[in-house]
Design a protein around this ligand. Structure first.
Ligand code: GTP
Length: 601
C-alpha cells in the first residue's frame, strides 16, 4: 500500500479543520452528519472557541488512478502559543498542505507555518480555500504566495471546504506530488511522539509516527528522553476512530498506543520511543522541552477551598502537561499556585477549563514573564549568580542586584499599508526596536520589530487588532534575554503592601505606570465606610498616590427604596461579584483589580 503522511497548516480560521472534515467525507471515512460535527475538534472548548487546541491524527483509504493509498493526516493547532506542537507534528510528515483563505490572503501564521514546513524539508501543496466567497480573490492570493513564500502560483489548488469544490483535485495532488515515507521496518525502532492525551480509563494515549522499525502489543517500549519503560497494552490506527491492531505498526505509519502510562509527564511531545530490548542508538533529532513563558498565580476564591483548587489543577494537568504549577503563598491572597504557560491564550484556556471542568472559583494575578536576575558578587557567594524569577515579589533587594534581564521576542506583523504609522508608534511606546519593513503586495506590508515579551503579553494584540480594523495579524518567537533598567514597583492599599500587585517595570516608565495603575485600582475597588489610601512605591519611596473616598450613605437604601425584587436582584449580583473578591485587611478587592496592574497606561 502507498502511504502519504501530511499535515494541514494554516492561519487561524482559514478553514483547516473544515477542509480536513471535507476530505474525510470525500473518502467515505465519515458520514455527512458526522462531518458536520467537526470530527477533528473534539474538545467542547475547542468547538466553542472555534479553534484547534490539540493536534489530532486520522488515517483514510483512498483509491487514485487504480492504486490504493493510505492517507495519514495530522491536524495542527494554528495559534502562536502552540508553535512547538506544530513543529513536532511537521516532523511526523513528508508533506504539508498550506491553506490560505481566498479572501484574506497570506497572514502572519501562514508565513510562520510555511517557514517551519520549509525548514522541516516538507513538500508543500499550497491550497487557496473559501473560493465560494463573493470576496474571494484566488488568483491574486496565489501571486501573493509566490511573492512572499516563493511557492509557485501555478502549484496552487483552489478549493471550497464549504461546497466541496476542488477536494478531489487536492486528494489527487496529495497522492501524486507528496513523497512516500522513507523509513525501514527492518531498522531499529524509532517512533516520534507528536501528541498525547489523557483518558480517565486507559491512562495516557500516545500518538506517534513510526519512523523506523515496528511495534506491536506486548512489546516493551522505552522513552529515550526519560529512560522510562512501559509495556504496550493496545496499539492501533485512526480510521478515523481509534481502532486496535493485532499486527505490528510499521515504519512510515501513524498510530496510537496505550502503555499503562499514568501521567502525561512521562510522555514528552517530540521525544523518541524505542524498543527496550533492542534500542536505537540515538533518538530522533531536535527534541526540546516545551518552554513556559508566561506565569501567573491562581488563588481559590468564593466558596472554593485550597484543596479543591489543588485537585482541579492536578486533574487538568493530567490532560495538559504543558503548563506547570507549584504551590505558592501570598500575604494578601493566602495559599495558591504559581502556574506557567506557553503563552497568553494557553493561560486563558487553562483558567477557563479549571473553572468549567473543575468547578472552582479562581482569583488570578496579572501574568508576568520570566526575568533573569544577575546578583552582585557579594550576594551570590553562597548561591547561583544568575537566578530566574517568575514572580515580581521574588526580586531580591536592589542592593543585591547587578542586572535584570527580560525575554525579547522577534515579532512579525502583517498589516494594511495605511496602518503602518500607528503600528510603529504602538511598537515604539512598548520599547520596541525597529527591524524592517517589506511589501507583501500593493496594499499590505510585513513589519518586523524586536519587543520585550512583557510589553506584548497583555493588550498588544487587542491594540493591533483595533489599529488595523481587524486586518492585522502577528506572530512572534522568543529571541533571548536582554538587560534593561527594570525595577520592582510595590502597591500599598490602606497602608498595606499587596504582594500580588507588585510589578516589574522599566525605570523610565515607572511614574506613568504607577499613576495609571492607581487610577485603575480606584475605579475597580468600591467605596468603603472609610477612606482608602492607594500608593505606589519603588524601594520604599512613594512615587504616586490616590485615595478612594469614604461612602456617605447607604446606597442600596437610597436607590432601591421599597422595590424588594430589584433589591434582591442587586444583592444577588453583588454576591456573584463577591465570588471573585478578596478581602485584604479591611478592604474588599475584586479580581479586576488584580488584573489592573497589566494596564500599560
Ligand atoms: P483553527 O482550528 O482555529 O485553526 O481554524 P481552522 O483553520 O481549522 O478553521 P475552520 O475550519 O474552523 O474554519 C473557520 C471558519 O471558516 C468556519 O466558520 C468555517 O465554516 C469557515 N469555512 C471554512 N472553509 C470554508 C469555505 O471553503 N468557504 C466558506 N465560505 N467558509 C469556510
Amino acid at each position: 500500500m502507498n502511504i502519504r503522511n501530511f499535515c494541514i497548516i494554516a492561519h487561524i480560521d482559514h478553514g483547516k479543520s473544515t477542509l480536513a472534515d471535507r476530505m474525510l467525507q470525500f473518502t467515505g471515512a465519515v458520514t455527512d452528519r458526522e462531518a458536520r460535527e467537526q470530527t477533528l475538534d473534539d474538545m467542547d472548548l475547542e468547538r466553542e472557541r472555534g479553534i484547534t487546541i490539540k493536534a489530532s491524527a486520522v488515517s483514510v483509504k483512498h483509491v487514485h488512478n487504480g492504486d490504493d493509498f493510505l492517507l495519514n493526516f495530522i491536524d495542527t493547532p494554528g495559534h502562536v502559543d502552540f508553535h512547538y506542537e506544530v513543529s513536532r507534528a511537521l516532523l511526523a510528515c513528508e508533506g504539508a498542505i498550506l491553506v490560505v483563505d481566498a479572501s484574506q490572503g497570506v497572514e502572519a501564521q501562514t508565513v510562520a507555518n510555511a517557514y517551519m514546513a520549509i525548514e522541516a524539508d516538507l513538500e508543500i501543496i499550497p491550497v487557496i480555500n473559501k473560493i465560494d466567497l463573493p470576496s474571494a480573490r484566488p488568483e491574486e492570493i496565489a501571486l501573493e504566495m509566490e511573492q512572499t513564500l516563493g511557492i509557485p502560483a501555478d502549484d496552487c489548488i483552489f478549493t471550497s471546504a464549504k461546497t466541496g469544490q476542488g477536494i478531489g483535485e487536492l486528494l489527487a495532488a496529495i497522492c501524486d506530488r507528496l513523497p512516500g515515507p522513507k523509513g525501514k521496518t527492518e531498522a531499529k525502532t524509532q517512533a516520534l511522539i507528536f501528541d498525547s492525551e489523557y483518558d480517565d480509563y486507559r491512562g495516557v494515549i500516545t500518538y506517534f509516527r513510526m519512523m523506523n522499525g515496528k511495534l506491536q502489543v506486548g512489546d516493551r517500549i522505552r522513552m529515550m528522553g526519560t529512560g522510562r519503560v512501559f509495556p504496550i497494552v493496545d496499539i492501533g490506527k485512526f480510521t478515523p476512530k481509534m481502532t486496535s491492531y493485532k499486527q505490528p505498526i510499521e515504519a512510515g505509519e501513524v498510530g496510537y498506543m496505550v502503555a499503562n502510562i499514568k501521567t502525561l509527564d512521562d510522555v514528552n511531545i517530540g521525544d523518541t520511543i524505542t524498543r527496550d530490548t533492542d534500542p536505537a542508538p540515538e533518538p530522533l533529532p531536535g527534541y526540546r522541552e516545551p518552554q513556559q513563558m508566561v506565569f501567573c498565580d491562581f488563588y481559590p476564591s468564593g466558596d472554593t477551598k485550597f484543596d479543591e483548587l489543588r485537585d482541579a489543577i492536578d486533574r487538568l494537568h493530567l490532560n495538559d502537561a504543558s503548563f506547570t504549577y507549584q504551590p505558592t503563598s501570598s500575604e494578601a491572597l493566602g495559599f495558591g499556585f504559581r502556574c506557567g504557560f506557553l503563552g497568553m491564550l494557553h493561560m486563558d484556556i487553562i483558567q477557563e477549563r479549571l473553572e468549567r471542568e473543575g468547578n472552582v472559583g479562581i482569583v488570578q494575578t496579572a501574568p508576568t514573564v520570566t526575568y533573569e536576575v544577575v546578583k552582585t558578587g557579594a550576594a551570590s557567594q553562597n548561591s547561583e549568580r544568575v537566578m530566574q524569577i517568575t514572580n515580581p515579589s521574588d526580586l531580591p533587594d536592589p542592593s543585591q542586584i547587578a542586572e535584570v534581564r527580560e525575554p525579547i521576542v522577534d515579532i512579525e506583523i502583517i498589516t494594511p499599508n495605511d496602518c503602518i504609522g500607528d503600528l510603529m508608534r504602538l511598537c515604539e511606546t512598548r520599547r520596541g526596536q525597529y527591524v524592517s519593513q517589506t511589501y507583501l503586495s500593493d496594499s499590505r506590508q510585513i513589519l518586523k520589530y524586536e519587543l520585550p515579551l512583557a510589553e506584548i503579553i497583555f493588550d498588544f494584540y487587542d491594540k493591533l487588532k483595533s489599529i488595523t480594523r481587524g486586518y492585522g495579524t502577528m506572530d512572534y518567537n522568543i529571541k533571548g534575554f536582554r538587560k534593561d533598567s527594570l525595577v520592582k514597583m510595590d502597591i500599598l492599599i490602606n497602608g498595606t503592601p499587596v504582594d500580588a500587585l507588585s510589578v516589574i517595570v522599566h525605570k523610565d516608565k515607572a511614574d506613568l505606570r504607577g499613576r495609571s495603575l492607581l487610577k485603575r485600582l480606584k475605579e475597580e475597588i468600591d467605596r468603603h465606610m472609610f477612606e482608602i489610601p492607594l500608593q505606589a512605591a519603588i524601594g520604599g519611596k512613594i512615587i504616586a498616590r490616590e485615595s478612594i473616598k469614604a461612602m456617605r450613605k447607604n446606597v442600596t437604601a437610597k436607590c432601591y427604596g421599597g422595590d424588594v425584587s430589584r433589591k434582591r436582584k442587586l444583592l444577588e449580583k453583588q454576591k456573584k461579584g463577591k465570588e471573585r473578591m478578596k478581602r485584604i485587611g479591611t478592604v474588599d478587592i475584586p479580581q479586576e483589580a488584580f488584573m489592573a496592574v497589566l494596564d500599560p497606561g
